[in-house]
Design a protein around this ligand. Structure first.
Ligand code: NAG
Ligand code: NAG
Ligand code: NAG
Ligand code: NAG
Length: 956
């Protein structure tokens, strides 16, 4: 069998490039059991043009990270074939379930395994104990049942063990002469076992001074009996959470050895004896001893000596006697909950520290109250004698008091409700986008405060720096302590551009949470993140198609050797078929162009557009470096590049989700290569390789319309120039809409996509890779909303029906920019709304827009046609597409405005004749270029709008 396998291997290796064939087959098997795999799964080679979430080294798959993909299905046992896998992250796919395959135990190189927030069931396979290299194991927030396998004790490198939030039962395994146990995990720092049904006593032999534990989270289980004395021997322990069990007996004196402890929660057990002595815990922040059956005792001395305390809770703690006033004076003290005790005498808050927010002494025997009048936060004294005397009928005697307003990130001036369904407002920028969101759960915070801006801003800052996103791309809200006293925080992250994160971005950010690379400020303690499903723009599943699942099922019952061979042959055949199809799709159309292209006449359909290789473009953009990035939009990014010939080009690189099929891409290239128009940036070539689609355009060095409007390039655009720019870009667009066949909708018109050459001729850039309006769909194309915020047609937004009128809307916004020089959305204000509100027909000069308009225009004496221009802009941004003009109508209107102006200047001037007008071409008179607008380059350029004017001045 080995031999045969080897033969097949050789066969595969010869037939295919990058990925090891066994790995490739394993990935396809995984894929066959999953819905919603990323779109590029199943295309190309998994390592070569890497599938999203797959990372390879030397042709072997080493990382598989697929968090938050919306995966549905089960985990195929064929995962065991990926024997070089080092990292497996399937977290936050709530549709992913079934049992974990025991074959995971074969992945000897695995060091990170995280499946948090899925729906896995059944036992934790004991084979996981074979993963000798494992350092990180997170199985939390699933539906695992059964016992903790003792074999996990063999994971000698394990650093993180999280099995919390499952339905595990039985005792914690410890080693014996013939069995391993968790006491052997000497390198493990985290035992997160909380929220299960684990039971029995916590074994005395579980802990020893050789261990590295810092967090012991055993809360919300069914543990019985005493707290083991050995817990006091753990030298580095910072957090103990044993609350919500059935522990009994006295708290062992050894815990006073734990001088590094920050959080101690023993609440809701049946502990007895005296309140433990915590006076050596100089860094203790948070202590909860509530709801046990401790002996009656006065307040212990550490109530007034531990200056680091933020939270002191001992409800039903058997406490009596006087309340020492110093305990409220600690600088960090926030919350004191001592209800249901027997404190008497006077409650004295006159020394309260500045952080104090909540003091709850309900149901004690307090008879007096003293305060410095500075304390105006929550104070609950209901059920005390003082409520019938001194404080009768005050708010303090009510259980319902105002609660702290939970923190949320400031949105700046944005209105939180102004986004379409499913999107959210990004703070400060006010952009709407689909956030990557989820719940951050902190299981042992060392503070208790939901409102402190400083605390939560620290969290925001750590998120933005460590996840490497803009500071305003982080939005947190609604921190609250759930009934288990875990702090829950809603988190939203916003994409750096466009409406969506790409899959790869989500995978990468998610991984930073899932393997705990992200570490929040220390006081937040251990966390986990469960992300909500992300609404990726295209719903295509891509799953389940590459191999026959019947074949897979057969393995289980059939003759193993024979079937493995059959399966491999099956893979081979299918791969060959796929490969053939792929090759056909990928290379056939372009191969023929390539072979003819060199001599110039072989590929008439191409009109000079060149086929570039991926490597060529990679090289000329310095590996698509950030420094070369000159723009981005809903479709991807635009890079500047310099070809070996010295020619400068702009390379538009489609991102995942914007890609087309090979034949569609080919059609588009054929089309674009025939598009030649003076007001459109010319196509130089394209690339279709290695899973990339790129268009290469001529580079227009003189900057964008936006640069000129803000004066960034030192140019001042006077009114006639602006009219001319409007006309030029309208002509370019009218050409795309009406003369290209099939028509092209630009979909991303904005002032940064209108370039100005040295003669201030407008050139529309960045078209292509857009939806073609084919005949069958003429009228509209239903598609995912793409574009740039501020320019988006609201009707397209709502209906997803794309028409040329969507471009007209965006163009209307550009016209308003020409008038105001403002960004479409500036300081949270939308230019369309602003202008609409300001319009005033009684103002014949500025039409009510004096305060909104670009100050540089106000000084211009003659704003010829200004009012008409504003009217047209407002028609373009009508809500209803049907009310907007076509691009061609706009062209005619602009020509009219300029023509009137031209005639007027002619007629008012005694010296200027039409001929002189033509002869001054070259820029002196801003209207001059109009005189030669009829574009001789254009293949099919014959719109009628230009003729009247053009023929009038064309006698030359
Ligand atoms: C896994 O462990 C083996 C032996 O302990 C070691 O040689 C190998 O380098 C480890 N692999 C990784 C990825 O750490
Ligand atoms: C507590 O610490 C002391 C001194 O460091 C040590 O002798 C003792 O054994 C410790 N107690 C426990 C239970 O580990
Ligand atoms: C103590 O028990 C009471 C009654 O079950 C409960 O309402 C309260 O929340 C508990 N206190 C703490 C701090 O868990
Ligand atoms: C407060 O309680 C303690 C202990 O129960 C008792 O000795 C003392 O007399 C009480 N003081 C008052 C003022 O009731």
């Amino acid at each position: 069998m080995k031999f045969r396998f080897f033969l097949l291997f050789v066969l595969f290796a010869a037939a295919h490039g990058a990925t090891d064939p066994t790995d490739a087959a394993a990935l396809r098997s995984l894929m066959s059991q999953w819905q919603n795999t990323p779109q590029n799964w199943g295309l190309n080679d998994p390592c070569d043009a890497p599938w999203d979430g797959v990372s390879c080294t030397n042709s072997r798959v080493t990382m598989l990270f697929l968090t938050t993909m919306g995966l549905k299905g089960t985990l195929s046992g064929d995962i065991s074939q990926l024997t070089q896998l080092q990292l497996l992250d399937l977290s936050s796919n709530s549709g992913l379930g079934g049992p974990l395959p025991p074959g995971l135990g074969n992945l000897k190189q695995l060091n990170t395994l995280t499946v948090a927030g899925c729906s896995f069931i059944g036992n934790i396979p004991q084979e996981l104990g074979n993963l000798a290299n494992l350092t990180f194991l997170a199985l939390n927030s699933n539906k695992f049942t059964g016992r903790i396998p003792a074999s996990l004790g063999q994971l000698s490198k394990l650093y993180w063990l999280d099995i919390g939030d499952n339905q595990l039962s039985g005792p914690i395994p410890v080693s014996s002469s013939n069995s391993p146990g968790l006491d052997q995990l000497l390198n493990t720092k985290h035992f997160h076992f909380n929220k299960n049904q684990l039971g029995g006593t916590i074994p005395e032999s579980l802990f020893s001074s050789k261990m590295s534990l810092i967090h012991v989270l055993f809360d919300s289980n069914n543990f019985l009996g005493p707290i083991p004395t050995s817990i006091g021997s753990l030298p580095n322990l910072q957090i103990i959470q044993l609350d919500r069990n059935s522990l009994s007996g006295p708290v062992p004196g050894s815990i006073s050895n734990l001088t590094s402890l920050n959080v101690l929660s023993l609440a809701n057990n049946q502990l007895t004896g005296p309140i433990p002595d915590l006076s050596q815990m100089r860094v203790l922040n948070y202590v909860d001893l509530s709801n046990n059956t401790f002996d009656a005792n006065p307040a212990p001395s550490w109530f007034t000596s531990l200056e680091s305390l933020t939270t002191l809770m001992a409800e039903s703690g058997g406490l009596l006697g006087n309340i020492p006033p110093q305990m409220f004076a600690f600088p960090q003290m926030q919350v004191v909950l001592l209800g249901n005790n027997a404190f008497n005498g006077t409650l004295d808050l006159s020394k309260s520290g500045s952080e104090l927010q909540t003091v709850d002494f309900r149901n004690n025997a307090i008879s007096g109250f003293k305060s410095s009048a500075t304390y105006d936060e929550t104070l609950i004294l209901a059920g005390n004698p003082v409520c019938t005397t001194q404080l009768a009928n005050t708010i303090y005697c009510s259980l319902r008091q105002e609660v702290q307003q939970p923190y949320s990130t400031s949105l700046g001036q944005c209105n939180s409700t102004s986004c379409p369904n499913g999107e959210s407002v990004e703070p400060q920028s006010c952009n709407c986008a689909y956030p990557y969101q989820g719940l951050l759960v902190f299981r042992a915070p060392s503070f208790r405060d939901v409102s402190s801006a400083a605390t939560y801003q620290e969290l925001e800052k750590s998120l933005s720096t460590q996840l490497n996103v803009a500071s305003n791309a982080v939005y947190i809200s609604n921190p609250f302590y759930n009934i288990l006293n875990y702090l829950e925080v809603q988190l939203k992250l916003f994409p750096s551009s466009g409406l969506y994160f790409t899959r790869l971005e989500i995978l990468k950010i998610g991984l930073l949470f899932n393997n705990q690379t992200f570490s929040p400020p220390a006081k937040f303690g251990p966390y986990y993140f469960i992300a909500s499903a992300y609404p990726f723009p295209s719903g295509s599943s891509g799953g389940g198609s590459s191999i026959s699942s019947g074949l897979i099922a057969g393995i289980a019952v059939g003759c193993v050797i024979l079937l493995i061979v059959l399966v491999l042959l099956g893979f081979y055949a299918r791969r060959q078929k796929k490969r053939a199809e792929r090759a056909a799709e990928r290379s056939r159309p372009f191969a023929s162009w390539l072979s003819h292209g060199k001599d110039g006449d072989g590929a008439p359909q191409l009109k000079g557009a060149r086929l570039f290789s991926f490597d060529e473009l990679k090289k000329c953009t310095n590996n698509f470096s950030e420094a070369n990035e000159i723009g981005s939009g809903g479709y991807g990014k635009v890079y500047k590049g310099v070809l070996p010939s010295g020619e400068q080009v702009a390379i538009k690189k489609a991102q995942q989700g914007s890609m087309q099929g090979g034949n569609e891409f080919r059609t588009e290239i054929e089309l674009l290569s025939r598009v030649h128009h003076k007001n459109l940036v010319g196509l130089v070539g394209f690339c279709f390789e290695q899973g990339e689609q790129m268009l290469v355009y001529e580079y227009i060095p003189n900057g964008t319309l936006r640069d000129s409007l803000v004066g960034r390039d030192g140019r001042h655009l006077d009114w006639p120039m602006r009219l001319r720019i409007a006309l030029g870009s309208a002509r370019g667009l009218a050409y795309l809409h009406e003369l290209a066949n099939p028509p092209i909708i630009h979909r991303d018109i904005k002032s940064t996509n209108i370039l100005l050459d040295e003669n201030i001729t407008a050139k529309v850039a960045d078209f292509g890779l857009s939806k073609l309006v084919s005949d069958s769909q003429k009228g509209h194309v239903s598609t995912q909303v793409k574009g740039t915020l501020g320019y988006l047609d609201p009707e397209y937004y709502m209906t997803q029906q794309l028409t040329e009128k969507s471009d007209v809307y965006s163009f209307g916004v550009v016209m308003l920019e020409l008038i105001t020089a403002r960004q479409p959305i500036e300081k949270g204000k939308y230019i369309v709304r602003e202008v609409r509100m300001a319009l005033d027909g009684r103002d014949t000069e500025y039409y009510g827009l004096r305060s909104l308009m670009d100050p540089r225009l106000r000084t211009t004496q003659n704003l010829a046609g200004f009012k008409r221009f504003v009217e047209l802009a407002m028609k373009c941004v009508e809500e209803s597409a049907a009310s907007r003009p076509t691009m061609n109508e706009l062209v005619k209107e602009f020509e009219q405005i300029l023509q009137n102006e031209g005639i007027k200047s002619n007629s008012t001037s005694t010296t200027t004749s039409a001929t002189e007008f033509v002869n001054t071409k070259g820029g002196a008179h801003p209207y001059n270029d109009l005189l030669q607008e009829k574009d001789m380059n254009s293949d099919a350029f014959e719109y009628t709008g230009g003729y009247t004017f053009a023929s009038r001045i064309e006698p030359k």
